[in-house]
Design a protein around this ligand. Sequence first.
Ligand SMILES: O=c1ccn([C@H]2C[C@H](O)[C@@H](CO)O2)c(=O)[nH]1
Ligand SMILES: [Zn+2]
Length: 131
Amino acid sequence: MDELIAAAQKARELAYTPYSRFQVGAALLTKSGRVYTGCNVENASYSLTICAERTAIFKAVSEGERDFIALAVVANAPEPLAPCGACRQVMVEFAINRVILCNTDGQRRELTLDELLPYAFNERFLIGDDS
Ligand SMILES: O=c1ccn([C@H]2C[C@H](O)[C@@H](CO)O2)c(=O)[nH]1
Ligand SMILES: [Zn+2]
């Protein structure tokens, strides 16, 4: 896990954050043993910004990965970062059950997906289309 956190720290340096100046890095470990990293990428049209977590997850999925072990996230914050709701929902989609949240001071908090997003919406609810 130390290696995964180090990869997230390194990815953070690539964050494109001219608007918020808040840099976030993420690193996702697959069951196949590969690590996919991500950073946040902002846009002048602010809402188009993508978080570091989703960058890493979408990079991995778009390379054919579906099975994940853990995601590490690092930011310069007063306490370990709390991922946004959108990223939590995407973590649920791919059952990323081990999430290690860190800050640049070395504080860590490890949470399960159920702790991060209890009573989550998932594919089990999609039983019919009412047509
Ligand atoms: O978990 C988080 C929270 C925020 N951000 C980014 C989005 C935006 O670029 C900046 C400020 O919200 O931080 C992430 O990448 N991950
Ligand atoms: Zn997010």
